[in-house]
Design a binder for this molecule. Structure first.
Ligand code: ZN
Length: 446
């Protein structure tokens, strides 16, 4: 496939904006990049895709999400509104996840993946929970991912909150899925070992999970998202959350510690020293009223931080914008969280994190040999757009509704706003039917 008449945004080590360029895609990779006049002449027989002067750039990566939360959209929480994060978990998430059956899990994933294709998010790192359908649940999510054509890493959330048998089932599901993925060396699917959070994991369960972790894999766990996680950890172990996880060998270069909102200086140092990944989800943190993660301090201390969405819509530029605004507002200082810092998390760091799961070729960059994961953006800048000021064009000008075409691994998933792998009308009609039943089961539990 030869994409021509494109304005390229390359990201990568040396971000460039190249006007009037063409890209050659062969298999799942980018194999040539050159000005329009050169590439077309060299490959006269390649299938042509005219970008019509749109910006063509790498697809976005989401470092932490929850497909299973999709059916919460528009759902009423009975009784008084949750007053804090533990109540949000109790009243909403820990009842919604118990209401999901096999079909719900599949359709929650499908609707989330449609949202991702339409909004240009091409790689997603998911954290799944469905306590009444654990065995094989990751295969059901994986089947949806394969249908969609997107790239995703999956895990199952191990927790003690539903008793020992379900805790063990969660561990089994992670091990089974990770080993299956490792055996296949599949480049669009990967697995990690999901853990809920320190506050629902006992000392013995943490020990059991560490002992069960397959080689060459890591954990994906929520950390210090609310103060309750710290209170619980101190009570259970006398240690703060990050110290506790470090003691159990949960941290490391393949582990994701989502949130890290309430971490102290020593915990930040441990995260940096162990090379643990932290993900930042400002929309979720604001929605839950849990506080503001010390993201800039952590970056300065050498912690690797990526950007996720925690199940919010797969509009990663919205997450950019929220991060950009939140830290200015919270600190009363417009110099905080500049555009380059947001870009560092969302582009460089997310790409490096994705590499943990998909090491076969570079992601989130247009370079020869990189995965052909691309989006077309129908954006007409009315001021100069160059490599230096690009983050601010994204923050103030780009919008996910401008994305017209999404390609993953050289395969067209959406062309000129038409979805090619998933039927949105059919899938959402079925999801509305299923979610009505899910909501009933949820109400019965409350
Ligand atoms: Zn989360």
């Amino acid at each position: 496939m030869l994409i021509h008449n494109a304005n390229l945004i390359t990201w990568g080590a040396e971000n460039q904006v190249l006007y009037g360029y063409s890209l050659l895609l062969e298999g799942d990779k980018i194999t040539a990049i050159a000005p329009d006049s050169e590439l077309a002449a060299r490959h006269p027989n390649a299938t042509r895709v005219d970008a019509h002067g749109q910006f063509v750039m790498p697809g976005n990566i989401c470092a932490h999400t929850h497909f299973y939360g999709a059916f919460a959209r528009g759902m009423a929480i009975p009784g008084s509104a949750p007053k804090d994060f533990p109540q949000i978990l109790n009243k909403l998430w820990w009842k919604l996840d118990k209401s999901l059956n096999e079909e719900d899990v599949h359709y929650s994933a499908l609707v989330s993946l449609i949202d991702a294709i339409k909004h240009g998010t091409t790689t997603l790192i998911d954290h799944h929970a469905s306590p009444n359908f654990i065995d094989g649940s990751l295969d059901v999510v994986a089947e949806a991912v394969i249908k969609s054509g997107l790239r995703a890493s999956l895990c199952y959330e191990v927790t003690d909150r539903d008793g020992e048998a379900k805790m063990r089932a969660g561990v089994r599901e992670n091990i089974r899925f990770i080993k299956g993925m490792q055996a296949q060396n599949e480049s669009r699917l990967a697995g990690s070992f999901g853990l809920h959070a320190s506050l629902t994991l006992s000392e013995s369960t943490l020990e059991f999970c560490r002992a069960s972790l397959p080689a060459e894999s890591g954990f994906h766990i929520h950390t210090a998202e609310g103060l309750a996680d710290q209170d619980d950890s101190l009570e259970k172990s006398g240690l703060r959350v990050i110290d506790r996880l470090a003691k159990h060998g949960i941290l490391g270069e393949k582990t994701i510690a989502a949130h890290a909102v309430h971490v102290d200086a020593r915990e930040i140092q441990i995260l940096a020293d162990t090379g643990t990944w932290v993900t930042h989800q400002p929309r979720s943190n604001m929605n839950n009223g849990v506080g503001v993660a010390p993201v800039e301090s952590m970056l300065r201390a050498g912690v690797k931080i990526g950007l996720g969405n925690d199940g919010f819509s797969n509009t990663m530029w919205d997450e950019w914008k929220t991060a950009y605004l939140l830290h200015k507002s919270a600190n009363g200082d417009p110099r905080r969280m500049d555009g380059y810092t947001v870009k560092e998390m969302a582009i460089e760091n997310n790409a490096a994190l994705a590499k943990v799961f998909f090491p076969q070729a570079p992601l989130a960059e247009i370079s020869v040999g990189a995965f052909a994961d691309l989006i077309f953006v129908d954006y007409y800048p009315f001021t100069e757009l160059n490599a230096g000021n690009l983050p601010w064009h994204i923050l103030f000008g780009f919008n996910e509704s401008m994305i017209t075409t999404t390609i993953v691994g050289g395969e067209m998933l959406m062309k000129d706003c038409e979805l090619l792998t998933l039927d949105e009308a059919e899938i959402t009609a079925k999801a509305r039917e299923l979610s009505a039943e899910t909501w009933k089961r949820y109400e019965d539990l409350t």
